[in-house]
Write a protein that binds this ligand. Structure first.
Ligand code: NAD
Length: 365
């Protein structure tokens, strides 16, 4: 009997290419896996009338674990983000984004090893929005003006920023537990509590309360988000695990990806109490669709996180080692890891996966 049943969502844009690379690398570790391949995204919308069919949710609920390629979210119009809907429907409240630098790359800093823990269900990202000019937006503006005695221009659009004590405590606890399990020394809460007192202020207060439970075991600090951006660029070694509300987490994880060589190297996981969906930090990079050009490592390292999650630690360690060796060698790497992005010696997505699979054969058990 197959040991692991895993949902695979190829995604769109570059999604199918990087997903296929990750699938091949995961299989090459020798683990026993059966994939349940289900589709979501723009193409599915045309066929089924929804970009996120129930079959996708049902598959993840059945298998508990999924790996997913990126999916396009149209800007300003069209369907709501499938990615956000998936996180909300499955209560994948924590987003884990490790950012680690690998030897062989020309980076501003070596030996970066940061972990971003992003709240995944609330904040401005919750998708509660009111469009400019709509009746309900006018009604909302009238209520806000009455309750706050502040004037809002009538041609405004409004996005709501809900943040709760319960969700904050859950994500901060997740960050501390991660730190404890992984031998990390410090958790830093990132916020803008000086300005948004009732949302980010609440986040900071709740984070401090949770931090007390870990006193003497894991250090706690906090930082205002704008200052955090500067500190990460100037002194990244001062930080370890960062815990952030949804929107800042989204932005800071791209900054941290930049510190370690770019989005092509930044893996991620969306984890809840029952289900987990593994996906790269990057999006569907539409301009590279079908070109066999982009870096599959972010997706492959998301697979490494998944292997650890399903208890296949040995396979996870081996696959990461194979990735490390290929980057260090610098021969079979995609354009984004070359000093000159037009270097004709850069290989394609599938060739880089081939090189990683070949290296897997040399990694001792
Ligand atoms: P993006 O991450 O898709 O791409 C930005 C740039 O980063 C690319 O043009 C490319 O230069 C680089 N890049 C990204 N992935 C790379 C890789 N694997 N290898 C090498 N370079 C890589 O961001 P975007 O262009 O802002 O978004 C495109 C679409 O993806 C949007 O519709 C967005 O909503 C969606 N998106 C989806 C997810 C997700 O599915 N979780 C996440 C982020 C963005």
């Amino acid at each position: 009997m197959t040991k692991h049943k895993i949902t695979l969502i190829p995604g769109d844009g570059i999604g199918p290419e990087v997903s296929e690379a990750a699938r091949r690398c995961i299989e090459a570790t020798g683990i026993d896996v059966a994939w349940d391949v289900v589709e979501a995204g723009a193409a599915v919308l045309e066929r089924e009338g929804t970009p996120l069919p129930d079959t996708v949710i049902e598959s993840i609920k059945k298998n508990k674990v999924a790996i997913k390629g990126p999916i396009v979210t149209p800007v300003g119009k069209g369907f709501r983000s499938v990615n956000v809907a998936l996180r909300q429907k499955l209560n994948l409240y924590s987003c884990l984004r490790p950012c680690k630098s690998y030897e062989g790359l020309k980076l501003p800093y070596n030996n970066i090893d940061l972990v971003v823990v992003r709240e995944n269900t609330e904040d401005l990202y919750a998708g509660i929005e009111f469009e400019e000019g709509k009746d309900e937006t006018g009604e909302l503006i009238a209520v806000i003006e009455k309750l706050s005695s502040r004037k809002i221009p009538e041609d405004s659009g409004i996005s709501i920023k809900p943040m709760s004590v319960s969700a904050t405590k859950k994500i901060v606890k997740f960050a501390f537990e991660y730190a404890l399990k992984n031998g990390r020394k410090m958790v830093t809460a990132v916020h803008k509590a000086n300005i948004m007192k009732f949302t980010d202020g609440l986040f900071l207060k709740a984070a401090r309360e949770v931090a007390k439970e870990y006193e003497g075991r894991v250090e706690f600090s906090d930082n205002i988000v704008d200052n955090m951006c500067m500190q990460l660029v100037l002194r990244p070694y001062n930080f370890d695990v960062l815990v952030l509300p949804n929107l800042y987490g989204d932005i800071i994880s791209d900054l941290c990806a930049g510190l370690v060589g770019g989005l092509g190297l930044a893996p991620g996981a969306n984890i809840g109490d029952e289900y987990a969906v593994f996906e790269a930090t990057h999006g569907s990079a539409p301009k590279y669709t079908g070109l066999n050009k982009v870096n599959p490592i972010a997706m492959i390292l998301s697979g490494v996180l998944m292997l650890h999650h399903i208890g296949e630690d040995k396979a996870g360690v081996k696959l990461e080692e194979a990735v490390r060796l290929v980057i260090k060698e610098g021969k079979s790497v995609t354009y984004d890891l070359k000093e000159d992005r037009n270097d004709p010696a850069a290989v394609g997505t599938s060739q880089m996966a081939d090189a990683i699979i070949e290296k897997l054969g040399c990694v001792p058990n």
